[in-house]
Design a protein around this ligand. Structure first.
Ligand code: ARG
Length: 304
């Protein structure tokens, strides 16, 4: 059977440094040192982590990588580092828009060692012209990158999660850096400790989310901006499989697992779901979106 090749796919090898192209670009980090040897969220149980799971993680990560490359996205890589098992979750590196990167500051010491590694990676991308500007958060403010701050291209605004990892105070820094409004959503359930574990804005304006992750106020803030027709509501079982932790490139949505019902709802909105199991990463509280960071997004005023 002929494989469908996205028009951008042809550019991948030839034009990797053509930063003016509209090719989607994602940052990932191979799981060479991925493990669960501390616990900073309810999913992480170091005692249950079997060394044998490492090779499964490697193949699951590769399958995600390949599925994303197949959509035509270019994949940038951060080199893995011993002693930083969560470096694979590149979503947490920074908030990136308009070629500006607002670098993350992590809540827990276990992940703070990642900050200089991600900064060096972004410095490298700045030298290559992929990024124009690196911005440092105000002293002491915690914001765990795109894990808690998602750009909504249909509404030209950011959704920010706070209350578990990132702080409410980060909203002002995001607004000041990117000059766009920020809608803050308090996270109420420790299982959904980053916004991207329970919320995924799609380019069409539809939003996949799990209402149980939010406070009443948060649900009201979502309802005020996302019409009922645009809400793709997950039930608890779907949310617990991290179906909201999805990566959308063009009309393809990659996620670890997808119920038939959800697949149907997304198909009705014009999306193709690629389900590529990432269970070993779920043991760390992460999945598809956490393992990637979109580098090429532009706000409405900067879009070509
Ligand atoms: N073990 C990591 C942590 O607890 C998982 C991070 C998942 N990343 C995300 N963007 N949700 O920090």
């Amino acid at each position: 059977m002929l494989q469908k090749v996205h028009p951008h796919a042809r550019q991948a090898g030839r034009d990797a440094e053509d930063v003016t192209s509209a090719q989607p670009r994602l940052l990932m980090c191979e799981p060479a040192h991925f493990a669960i040897n501390y616990s900073i969220n309810p999913w992480m149980e170091p005692a249950k982590w079997a060394a044998a799971a490492h090779s499964v993680a490697v193949s699951q990560w590769s399958a995600l990588h390949d599925a994303l490359a197949q959509t035509g996205a270019a994949i940038e890589k951060v080199a893995p580092r011993a002693g930083l098992p969560d470096l694979v979750f590149t979503a947490n590196a920074a908030v990136v828009l308009d070629r500006t990167a607002l670098m993350a500051r992590f809540r827990y010491p276990e992940r703070q060692g990642e900050e200089p590694v991600f900064t060096a990676a972004f410095e490298g991308m700045r030298k290559r012209g992929l990024i124009e500007r690196l911005v440092v958060l105000p002293e002491g403010v915690v914001l765990e990158g795109a894990g808690d701050c998602l750009f909504d291209e249909a509404r030209n605004l950011f959704w920010m999660g706070f209350g578990q990892r990132s702080e409410g105070a980060a909203a002002a820094a995001i607004e000041a850096t990117f000059g766009l409004p920020v809608v803050s959503l308090q996270l109420a359930d420790p299982r959904f400790y980053h916004l991207d574990t329970a919320f995924c804005p799609l380019p069409s304006g539809d939003v996949i989310y799990y209402p149980g992750a939010f406070t009443d106020e948060g649900r009201a803030a979502i309802a005020a901006r996302v019409s009922e027709k645009q809400r793709v509501v997950l039930d608890e079982a779907e949310a617990a499989q991290f179906s909201a932790n999805a990566v959308c490139v063009g009309r393809t949505i990659a996620m670890s697992r997808c119920s038939d019902r959800l697949r149907g709802e997304l198909a009705a909105r014009g999306y193709d779901v690629v389900a590529t199991p990432l269970d070993t990463f779920l043991q760390s509280g992460g999945s598809a979106a956490c393992l990637t960071l979109r580098l090429d997004r532009c706000s409405a005023s900067r879009s070509p």
